[in-house]
Design a binder for this molecule. Structure first.
Ligand code: AMP
Length: 238
């Protein structure tokens, strides 16, 4: 399969071709057609398998088809991520894939001042990428309104569970319109995640669980065995 068979907007195809993407990864080949057809999705995938593009490309596709006038006025897409690092990484991916379609993605996360994030949100946003705590904060301050969200992603749901965010996630999801497309990605599917998935996923959810998911060739993985006290020095060195 190649990307041109995936019926994505030509400007998205051009952006990813310039980035050197030739063939969809297994999670992309399974998830993208199902999402373009409007299904919800439960995807088993970890970082390095191309899972970000698997949800970002269909979201950008939907937004790219919307009339320009309506864009940026309301939050149409929401991505929840467990950590600031992941939120920023997802935002960087959006910025690359949507550079020709001009969909506006913003990342908000804790551990930093709210002011700049609030200013950016007020300027207009199509896709909000957020960690749960900061999002709830800004929802309580009525800076963020989620009543027009059409597409919602829970990324690394098992991490959110491990980090104790599950109640926050449920609270956030209950503030979204019932009519929406929902995508849940998780490297593992423990019972609590399966229950969450069955309560959140509706529109004949597709299940994407590619076999033999290898990290992409561009990613090099190595293991270093070091004493705890040497970890920082090794990291700095790397
Ligand atoms: P992810 O698993 O989403 O963190 O993606 C891992 C890395 O693979 C990122 O640097 C992406 O830019 C890259 N990537 C994603 N999909 C493809 C693809 N189909 N072909 C080549 N690289 C890709």
């Amino acid at each position: 399969m190649n990307f041109n068979e995936l019926k994505l907007h030509p400007l998205i195809l051009r952006a990813i071709a310039e980035d050197g993407y030739e063939t969809p990864t297994p999670i992309q080949a399974q998830a993208i057609p199902a999402l373009l057809e409007g299904h919800d999705l439960l995807g088993s995938a970890q970082t390095g398998t191309g899972k970000t593009a698997a949800f970002a490309l269909p979201m950008i596709n939907t937004l790219a088809k919307m009339p320009n006038k309506g864009r940026g006025k309301v939050i149409s897409g929401l991505v929840l991520a467990p950590t600031r690092e992941l939120a920023l990484q997802i935002k960087e991916n959006f910025d690359r894939y949507d550079r020709k379609t001009h969909v506006k993605a913003i990342a908000i996360y804790g551990g930093t001042s709210k002011h700049n994030q609030i200013v950016k949100i007020k300027r207009g946003v199509d896709v909000l990428i957020a960690t749960p705590g900061r999002l709830l904060d800004l929802m309580n301050m009525r800076v963020v309104k989620l009543d027009h969200v059409q597409m919602a992603v829970l990324d690394e749901a098992d991490q959110m569970l491990d980090m104790g965010f599950i109640d926050d996630v449920k609270k956030i999801m209950s503030a979204l319109p019932k009519e929406r497309q929902t995508m849940l990605f998780s490297a593992t599917i423990p019972k609590a995640i399966a229950q969450l998935a069955s309560s959140l996923l509706k529109n004949s959810p597709a299940r994407s669980r590619p076999q033999n998911q290898q990290p992409l060739d561009t990613i090099k993985q190595e293991v270093y065995m070091v004493k705890r006290e040497d970890k920082k020095a090794l990291l700095t060195d790397l």
